[in-house]
Design a protein around this ligand. Structure first.
Ligand code: ADP
Ligand code: ZN
Length: 623
């Protein structure tokens, strides 16, 4: 097959590599255009060069080695750290008619031997191998006997000892270059920071690799951060209003909170599962598999859940606790909408989160330098939470990318109002000071609002000048003021003293009336559905035919069940939507739909056309 493609291209008179890459993109993968740097990367590898690819999650990294794998003689060896991921990738490639297999611990000895033999005989286009197996003498020997098209090292940031995904086996991968210097290598990662990049280049001996850095923007993800009042109830409202029946991930800080939230959501009729490192591995694997394979599961998890989740149709990622840094937040939210369709990153955040995260840093065993870094990272995240500017502008700026207001985040859609909080800040800071910097927010609000409860009386705080000076604001507003005072650095929370508020040096000019303080007015709900619907209408001229879409999904579910693969391996959501929208009546019209490809057309084309025809007739009868 490879030979015949090449022949065709030679006749067409264009550069063979260029055209055949395009041909493979269209015929095999069913896409019409390369995305971003894909084409340049593919050219580089196809020509035998090395590459380091930094692309955000969902950017389209796989094609960067899958297309060269089909262009070059021999088999592409793909190193991938996660077994579930490998299996799904191989299943998806097989659907496309690509000869792919994997070698990992799930195979029986005779199965593994069969794969090895096919590899050595040159019968595979791609072989996926777990890193611990690849670096064994036996496997290296096998590679020596086979013809290798290229090495692809996926999730290359796993070589970084400072990252949280460190895999010792990855350190051994430099052996590939030492033993097989003539084989081109491509390393891929979605981790953006310069330190990790340097480590990858050093540890994998990629000094001569061309580096491709893509924009880290994920335009289809809508960011929203709301004031936390009752996180669970807010979460439920968000899921019901925006994502009923859709797949999503809810991140929590602690195992207990994961368990409780999943249990509670189930009680509310949501298909929620729990995932955290404290569960036994069988239960964890089962939940992960169900999330991956079933439609519309909500996974409630700690950050233990995530890497290697290659589900393209995760429609939302929600945080009901504050992450530790923008890096963490961006990586977690990046798991939404990998298929490029609209998705939400939603977070509820409140005073308790600020206090808790600061406490975790203070109480951690880490050295002073590390604590300082952690505190700075938290501050950057708090600034994102409190900003009145576009969230995306702030996020991308954090990764060194300049951009303009995005029109697809809460602050762009419903610009938050600010208010002159100078007086309120002075009152709150005075209350902290006058009560001896020994009390938490609950008591301080009681004092400001003039409540003569038992604790106020015990400490004689009803006799203070600050008692009752804050009757003009409600409790929730005062909590917002205290939260922002901490986030903005005017006050800090002392964890040695049960969360007592203390003043920082920055508080002095405010207390003296020399500095104005602006605060963000609280918003408990993201921009109304109306705004979102308007955008949806503007972006798609015609809404897909809802009943047809439902039928297509039913057909896909049945097909996936029969073949025992995840639904998106059969056809992606984006492809189904486009089919529903265009209602193609013949194979020719179906063929031009993005994501179809020749193999899928051969396999499912007839069934789809019949289904569309039947739906049309029913529709006519009903009208
Ligand atoms: P990554 O590994 O970078 O997270 P994937 O390789 O899984 O991303 O690709 C993400 C999604 O984008 C997949 O659904 C894939 O089919 C789709 N995709 C990749 N390249 C293209 C392209 N050129 N045109 C259309 N869709 C693409
Ligand atoms: Zn924006």
């Amino acid at each position: 097959m490879k030979q015949s493609v090449r022949e065709t291209l030679r006749c067409a008179g264009r550069t063979p590599a260029d055209l055949s890459a395009f041909e493979i993109l269209r015929k095999t993968f069913g896409h019409t255009e390369f995305r971003g740097a894909q084409r340049a990367i593919i050219e580089r590898i196809a020509a035998g060069g090395d590459a380091l690819v930094l692309m955000p999650t969902g950017g389209g990294k796989s094609l960067c080695y899958q297309v060269p794998a089909l262009l070059r003689e021999g088999t592409a060896v793909v190193v991938s750290p996660l077994i579930a991921l490998m299996q799904d990738q191989v299943a998806a490639l097989t659907q496309l008619g690509v000869r792919a297999a994997f070698l990992n611990s799930t195979l029986a000895i005779d199965e593994a031997q069969a794969v090895e033999q096919a590899f050595v005989r040159g019968e595979l286009d791609l072989i996926y191998v777990a890193p611990e197996r690849l670096t064994t003498p036996r496997c290296l020997d096998l590679i020596g006997r086979a013809r290798v098209a290229l090495f692809a090292i996926d999730e290359a940031h796993c070589v970084s000892q400072w990252g949280h995904d460190f895999r010792p086996d990855y350190l051994q991968l430099s052996v590939l270059h030492e033993r097989f210097p003539a084989v081109p290598r491509i390393a891929l990662t979605a981790t953006a920071d310069p330190q990790t990049r340097t480590e990858i280049v050093q540890r994998l001996a990629l000094a001569d690799a061309q580096v491709f850095v893509s924009s880290f923007d994920r335009p289809n993800i809508r960011y929203a951060i709301v004031d936390k009042v009752d996180a669970r109830a807010q979460l439920l409202r968000f899921i019901r209003a925006e994502h009923s029946g859709e797949a999503g991930i809810v991140y929590c800080l602690s195992r207990r909170r994961v368990e409780e939230t999943a249990h509670w959501l189930r009680g509310q009729g949501i298909a929620a599962l729990a995932y955290h490192a404290g569960m036994d591995s069988a239960a964890r694997n089962e939940h992960q598999a169900r999330f991956q394979r079933e439609d519309g599961v909500v996974m409630v998890a700690t950050i233990a859940f995530g890497m290697g989740i290659d589900k393209p149709d995760v429609r939302f990622v929600a945080h009901i606790d504050l992450p530790k840094s923008i890096e963490g937040y961006y990586q977690e939210t990046g798991r939404a909408g990998r298929d490029g369709l609209a998705a939400d990153a939603w977070m509820a955040y409140g005073l308790g989160d600020v206090v808790q995260q600061r406490r975790l840093i203070d109480l951690s065993e880490a050295g002073e330098a590390h604590k300082r870094i952690s505190a700075a990272k938290l501050d950057a995240l708090l600034a994102l939470c409190e900003t009145v500017q576009c969230r995306r502008v702030r996020l991308l700026a954090y990764f060194g990318e300049a951009s303009g207001p995005c029109g697809n985040c809460d602050t762009c859609l419903a610009p938050p109002q600010t208010w002159d909080a100078t007086e309120a800040a002075r009152k709150a800071l005075s209350a902290i000071y006058r009560t001896g910097q020994r009390f938490g927010a609950v008591h301080l609000v009681d004092v400001l609002r003039g409540r003569t409860n038992e604790r106020v009386l015990r400490w004689d705080h009803h006799r203070l000048g600050v008692f009752g000076i804050g009757a003009d604001l409600a409790d929730a507003q005062w909590r917002g003021v205290f939260r922002q005072l901490v986030a903005l650095g005017y006050a800090e929370v002392d964890h040695g003293a049960y969360g007592a508020f203390k003043l920082t040096a920055a508080a002095r000019p405010v207390l003296r009336g020399e500095q104005r303080v602006e605060m963000r007015r609280s918003a408990q709900t993201p921009p109304a559905r109306a705004a979102r619907d308007r955008i949806a209408r503007e972006s798609t001229a015609r809404k897909p035919d809802a009943t047809l879409l439902v039928r297509l999904k039913e057909w896909r579910r049945e097909e996936a069940r029969r073949q025992a693969v995840p639904a998106y391996v059969i056809l992606h959501d984006a492809t189904l939507s486009e089919i529903a929208q265009r209602s193609p009546r013949d194979l020719g019209a179906l063929a031009v739909i993005s994501g179809m490809g020749q193999k899928r057309l051969d396999r499912y084309g007839r069934a789809l056309i019949d289904l569309i025809g039947a739906s049309g007739e029913n529709g006519d009868n009903g009208a």
